[in-house]
Design a protein around this ligand. Structure first.
Ligand code: PAF
Length: 281
């Protein structure tokens, strides 16, 4: 695997690849088996796999969260080499934001950035749009691989590709969420959970499964309250337990008989904020 820290060096290398199909996996590091599955998917569907590791300051609305974000570069490099990644792009902040954090294209995602994660983390998706657009302009991939765990982010990136005029040239491949044995969605944040918190956290997935299993029997409001009460009883602080149209993320008050619904959850276990979702089958 070749590691590049400078945009110019990465681009020179990519230009020499003679039009090979480039698969791109953007990350913020602290890699786990969920990322490994993205790399493997990219490897199977592209001729050259580029991964980026960049903890993007502009997408953290909470400075403390940014400062606590785990940095495990040596272990990340080992995982990437082991999973067959060809290129790692590992830039510094000054490389990505040479004119300061405020500069660069700022996209408007309308409704999508006002609900759920957008409402809880003001400015977060602006930061995601800012960095992903920059990364896409640098790497110019044919395929972009992202995890379904960040469902709303995937929808934001889909809209970003449309706004950038790249929806036809970059294929967005949304990959299934990888889970631990108890259902907890793999996430870089999980490593900040203490052992007892880790054990408790499996309950988020149980809530999603219960929302799914009760979709033809109960009212969503009832299931939502059951989940919220259960989380609180376990000392977990729910931020939202929501049901939405899987296509446009319009919030639904009740199961609407529609096939494309997604249940989404965000909760704080101690000071670790976790999110997860399930497309209701
Ligand atoms: O999902 C992430 O890790 C980040 O939001 C991303 C897409 C790499 C942008 O910084």
């Amino acid at each position: 695997m070749t590691i590049f820290k400078k945009i110019k060096d990465l681009q020179e290398f990519l230009q020499l690849q003679n039009g090979k199909i480039v698969g791109f996996v953007p990350t913020m590091g602290a890699l786990h088996n969920g990322h490994r599955s993205l790399i493997e998917k990219a490897k199977a569907n592209a001729e050259i796999v580029v991964c980026s590791i960049f903890v993007n300051p502009t997408q953290f609305n909470d400075k403390a969260d940014f400062e606590k974000y785990p940095v495990t570069t040596d272990a990340d490099i080992a995982l990437l080499m082991d999973s067959g990644c060809d290129v790692l792009f590992l830039p510094e902040v000054a490389e990505m934001y040479p004119d300061g954090l405020e500069k660069g294209s700022i996209y408007d995602f309308g409704y999508l950035e006002t609900v759920l994660e957008g409402a809880m983390r003001p400015g977060h998706f602006k930061g995601v749009g800012q960095i992903v657009s920059r990364l896409l302009n640098i790497v110019q991939p044919n395929k972009l691989f992202m995890g379904q765990k960040d469902y709303q982010q995937c929808m934001i990136v889909r809209d970003l590709l449309r706004q950038m005029g790249k929806a036809d040239t970059i294929e967005l491949v949304i990959c299934p969420t990888r889970r631990e044995a108890d259902g907890l969605a793999m996430s870089s944040r999980n490593r900040r959970l203490s052992e007892p918190q880790r054990v408790l956290s499996g309950i988020l997935y149980q809530c999603l499964v219960s929302i799914q299993s009760k979709k033809s029997t109960d009212s969503f409001a009832l299931v939502q309250k059951e989940c919220t009460d259960l989380l609180k009883a376990k000392g977990i602080e729910p931020e939202y337990v929501a049901l939405a149209d899987a296509g446009d993320l319009k919030i639904l008050d009740n199961y609407d008989g529609n096939d494309s619904m997604v249940a989404l959850i965000a909760a704080k276990v101690g000071n670790v904020r976790l999110i997860d979702n399930l497309i209701l089958e």
